[in-house]
Design a protein around this ligand. Structure first.
Ligand SMILES: NC(=O)c1ccc[n+]([C@@H]2O[C@H](COP(=O)([O-])OP(=O)(O)OC[C@H]3O[C@@H](n4cnc5c(N)ncnc54)[C@H](O)[C@@H]3O)[C@@H](O)[C@H]2O)c1
Length: 290
């Protein structure tokens, strides 16, 4: 099965392309700029601005499924204007879905966001994006998965760890959920499917809601020495942790997240014992071993 990935040169796109290759898919990358990663340079690449009809028509030609990631979000530095965010995320999504309709593509994954509906132009674009997906599913019968990813923006290793308790998710979990969604779409396991893509720490409601007071003991129980690590690396614990019920994602996609705060602490412990300078590490170049 050949899959087009739009926004393939981006942070999520690169991880998704690797995950697709590992799962045995043929991959076509599409982006306004080619990938910088050495291991992806040999893959088929088409230069494609998702707002341009002819670019998108060429990109979808001959593929069996599409993963649409191309978008700008609010975390870019220097920032991208709201006009550009709206044009790329809305017009671009319309052009991709319209090209899929013309090409008869029936398996589609759309990158939505936890920022869906929040007070920003970006949040609005994801509302419209999901609405477009719903309408195209109704018009074409295509199986479309809309994945509301939580945050996987590149950051320092220690910040990444703390972020896992504050709506952060490892981009490998994002990539695995995305490829699982494409596989399920191609088997027609759903018509229109939406799920949150988040880490799951498996906390009880009491611990989740009172993490600042109960969190250290909860971590220590799972990983002896956790409290000392949290103190040594000055990792601040949030008052509460957001958790979601991901049962439907497991049942429909066969996907569950693999990386949570304990996995991060386990990795940190090993690096600490080896005497690594973890303060200089960056994610995703260095990801926790799980
Ligand atoms: N990173 C996050 O924390 C996060 C969270 C929720 C949802 N998402 C969504 O996941 C998707 C991937 O995000 P990411 O973090 O990998 O983004 P990214 O910025 O790393 O990558 C986006 C890619 O899209 C490309 N692109 C921009 N404009 C384009 C256009 N007009 N045509 C074609 N390609 C274009 C860029 O060149 C870039 O390679 C996006 O849809 C984003 O909204 C990301």
């Amino acid at each position: 099965m050949k899959v087009l990935v739009t926004g393939a040169s981006g942070n999520g796109g690169q991880a998704v392309c690797r995950e697709l290759l590992q799962a045995g898919y043929e991959v076509r990358m599409a982006d306004v700029m080619p990938p910088s990663a050495a291991d992806l340079k040999e893959l088929e690449f088409v230069r494609c601005d998702s707002r341009t009809v002819t670019d998108v028509q060429q990109a979808v030609k001959g593929v069996d499924g599409v993963i649409h990631l191309a978008a700008w979000h609010c975390a870019h530095n220097p920032p991208v204007s709201d006009d550009t965010i709206f044009a790329v995320n809305v017009d671009g999504t319309f052009q991709v879905l319209e090209a899929c309709r013309r090409e008869g593509i029936q398996s589609i994954v759309y990158a939505s966001s936890m920022a869906y509906g929040w007070g920003s132009v970006y949040g609005v674009t994801k509302v419209i994006g999901e609405d477009l997906c719903r309408s195209y599913h109704e018009m074409t019968g295509a199986s479309i998965a809309m994945l509301r990813y939580h945050e996987f923006i590149p950051r320092s290793y220690l910040e990444f760890g703390g972020k896992l308790l504050r709506n952060g998710v490892d981009r490998r979990d994002v990539a695995r959920a995305t490829v699982a969604a494409l596989a399920a779409a191609s088997k027609r396991e759903f018509g229109l499917f939406r799920t949150i893509v988040h880490s799951n720490h498996g906390m009880s409601e009491e611990v989740r809601a009172n993490f600042r007071s109960l969190g250290q003991a909860w971590c220590e129980e799972r990983l002896p020495g956790a409290s000392a690590l949290i103190a040594k690396y000055d990792i601040s614990l949030p008052g509460e942790v957001e958790q979601h019920d991901l049962t439907e994602a497991r049942e429909v996609l066969g996907w569950t997240p693999q990386v949570g705060f304990i996995e991060f602490l386990r990795d940190l412990k090993q690096r600490d014992e080896r005497g690594e300078d973890v303060r200089s590490l960056f994610v995703p170049s260095e990801l926790p071993q799980v």
